[in-house]
Ligand binder design. Sequence first.
Ligand code: ZN
Length: 196
Amino acid sequence: MFIEPNLRANPKHQAGWLEVICGCMFSGKTEELIRRVNRAKIAKQEVAIFKPSMDNRYHSKHVISHNANAIYSVPVESSQEILARVGTATVVGIDEVQFFDEGIIEVCTCLANSGVRVIVAGLDMDYRGMPFGFMPNLMAVAEFITKVHAICMQCGGVANFSYRLVAAKEQVLLGETDAYEARCRKCFLEGQHREE
Ligand code: ZN
């Protein structure tokens, strides 16, 4: 489990940092984001959570994980809107971060440079097993990366891939969790071969 580093123990270390939580679908990314943000909130730290407004699977004002552990969040149209709405928060969470534009890298860097603890969660790969959006860039500039895994729905192994059950070629298929299965590498490849 991720343990927060004690970077602030040294007064010279007042800069923030970036944490990336990544993994396939059904791997508990949002639950992990909520766990970290809630603990900061309990410690009376000012928190703000954002998510892309395109992700309207559930209630538009909440980051809601699949276990229905809801937390208030602000839907934003672009990465720049995060900077405009962050206010005085010292802990900033961003869910579904893979859907943001390229500016998200600068936004996260800018916040961390100004002393904010930034925690982002997102899919690291799309349904083809290719890196998703600007996740690789965010992982490159982050201090901490946590990769979470699901359980393969075919064999019970460790799942790293989001396998799409329906034939659609768009990279983003929103609100369609039924259309995916978490799969291990072997079962993911077997499924792909069957399609060819
Ligand atoms: Zn498997």
